[in-house]
Design a binder for this molecule. Structure first.
Ligand code: NDP
Length: 284
């Protein structure tokens, strides 16, 4: 049986349309949500991500302001800029594209961003709020994963959820959100024993390793929902995920493609967070 494709592009289009509707209403009340995107240095992948975010802002009607800083930017210069953006009442969201050049301490920069404007949800206050189940922003990629499972009609409550990867930006927050949805969660990593055996227990399997072919067909329970977060390049330079898509889609019940899966969801959730940030700061 061929797995159903979970179309991240289509679901993200729905989310962006909802955000656009919210923005339209806010504009009628005289408020234009504005996102400041800071790009430091020449990382070519980062430039593509920033361009995609600018494009999404245009689509949704969010004003975006991109600040480009040179590779030699000092930590003090970047902190100064963040302070200005924190003070600027016309800016509701601040996103500093990672990674940063090595002379800059990323943790210090994240800590400097006003938590109310932290639309990436990387600030420890927002991370803490996620862990204690309180209100606040949800991190874009993990929240996008939950949204795509939900909007495709799959139940999370009571399901065995296995996540491969324990990073702060994907694995750990995905675990928190799946648990919040009442899934029974297992987190795996590079030291996990019998990874295939653990994965075969999964009704929902999320893979975020950044390694091609981490997940093969023999690791899948028949009918499982497989979410592929990975973004890698194959020998031909083509974008691919962490999952052996062709073989796994013969066993899984549903699967996300790469490209066109988790990636577009991440950007759509960022747009949602910008709207939320503007709303909270202006009470619009
Ligand atoms: P990290 O490198 O920070 O974390 C990778 C995790 O995978 C680690 O916990 C590591 O284990 C684990 N891991 C690596 N290899 C294996 C293996 N063979 N078996 C089991 N576990 C393994 O990556 P990120 O979480 O930042 O990103 C993961 C992928 O997701 C990347 O391809 C990234 O580009 C992509 N990504 C995509 C996004 C999107 O919007 N589509 C957004 C963010 C990320 P250990 O801790 O033991 O080292």
């Amino acid at each position: 049986m061929q797995a159903k494709i979970i179309d991240g592009k289509a679901i993200s289009a729905q989310l962006k349309a909802e955000a656009a509707e919210d923005v339209k209403q806010m504009k009628e009340n005289g408020i234009t949500p504005r996102l400041a995107v800071v790009l430091v240095g020449d990382n070519s992948a980062s430039k593509v991500y920033v361009r995609n975010k600018q494009r999404a802002c245009e689509e949704v009607g969010i004003a975006s302001k991109t600040v480009l800083m040179g590779e030699e930017t000092t930590e003090a210069e970047l902190l100064q800029l963040i302070d200005e953006l924190n003070q600027d009442q016309s800016v509701h969201g601040i996103l500093v594209q990672l990674p940063l050049p090595k002379q800059i301490d990323e943790a210090k920069i994240i800590l400097a961003i006003d938590p109310k404007k932290d639309v990436d949800c990387f600030h420890p206050l927002n991370v803490g709020s996620l862990f204690t189940g309180g209100e606040g922003f949800l991190p874009c990629t993990p929240a996008g994963i939950i949204e795509m499972i939900r909007r495709s009609g799959y139940e999370i409550a009571g399901k065995r959820c296995v996540i491969i990867g324990r990073s702060n930006i994907v694995g750990k927050p995905v675990a928190m959100l799946l648990m919040k949805e009442n899934g029974t969660v297992t987190i795996c990593h590079s030291k996990t024993k019998d990874l295939p055996g653990v994965c075969r227990e999964a009704d929902i399997l999320v893979c975020a390793t950044g390694k091609r072919n981490t997940v093969t067909a023999d690791m899948i329970k028949e009918g499982a929902v497989v979410i592929d977060v990975g973004m890698n390049r194959d020998e031909a330079g083509k974008l691919c995920g962490d999952v052996d898509y062709a073989a796994v889609s013969q066993v899984a019940g549903a699967i996300t493609p790469v490209p066109g899966g988790v990636g577009p969801m991440t950007i759509a959730m960022l747009m949602k967070n910008c709207v939320t940030a503007a709303r909270q700061q202006t009470q619009a």
